[in-house]
Design a protein around this ligand. Sequence first.
Ligand code: NDP
Length: 297
Amino acid sequence: MSATVIDGKAFAAEVREKVAGHVARLKADHGIIPGLAVVLIGEDPASSVYVRNKGKQTREVGMKSVEHRRDTDISEAELLALIDDLNTDDSIHGILVQLPLPDHLDAELVINAIDPAKDVDGFHISNVGLLGTGQKSMVPCTPLGCLMMLRDQHGSLSGLNAVVIGRSNIVGKPMAQLLLGESCTVTMAHSRTRDLPEVVRRADIVVAAVGRPQMVQGDWIKPGATVIDVGINRLAKEDGGTRLVGDVDYDSCAPVAGAITPVPGGVGPMTIACLLANTVTACCRANDLPEPEGLTV
Ligand code: NDP
């Protein structure tokens, strides 16, 4: 039996449609337009592409999109002043500072300067603490997208064994917190984990966020398990081009798993969709309006 392929592209389109519907209602009923500001420092080509895509998708769902591009030599004080302006701008409900930042800028300081209520990446220390203590927070976009797909697949996740491979602050740790919030029994694996294949074999849900191409093998997977592949790795092809692969060896895992996300077309598209979802959620909270259903935890 082959796994159900979880179509992240189609799922993300549904999320964007829900966001667009909510944005339209906010405009029609309250005259409010949610606004997202993205700050990009320098000319990193990958970051530029992300920022362009974010702006395009933000406009497509009817929200206001503002981009602030600054040269690499911007001082920390100038960047903090820009964030301060955005914090006090009532037309901006979400602020995202594209990472990584140049070395002379302290990323933690910069992220923690964002008003937590506008921190649509969910990286501010207040949001990390709120999520960790099971309180309402802004949830990091990639784990939020993974959770939406898991809920769609399983309905209730209560009591399931979940293994999250990777303990980064942006994916692994918040993912584990979210799964704990769903009453999963959560194991966090990392580079020091002993006998990782055996740990993974116990999992009903596997989330791989490692950054190692095709590491998770088919014989690690419990038959019928759901496999969420967060990894994005670029491999060289013989013809000189490149191709994207995940952290999961799709070909060996798909015949064993019950459901699996492909790379590309799985988790990736959900991340920007969840950024839009977070922005509309932040806008509703800022205006004391009911939050859109199904777009947050
Ligand atoms: P990090 O490099 O920050 O973290 C990687 C984690 O994997 C670490 O906790 C590390 O353990 C663990 N790890 C490394 N090697 C092994 C190993 N051999 N066995 C078990 N665990 C290991 O990565 P990110 O969390 O930022 O990203 C992970 C992947 O997800 C990357 O491919 C990235 O490109 C992708 N990504 C995709 C997104 C999307 O939108 N789809 C968004 C964000 C990331 P330790 O802590 O012990 O070093």
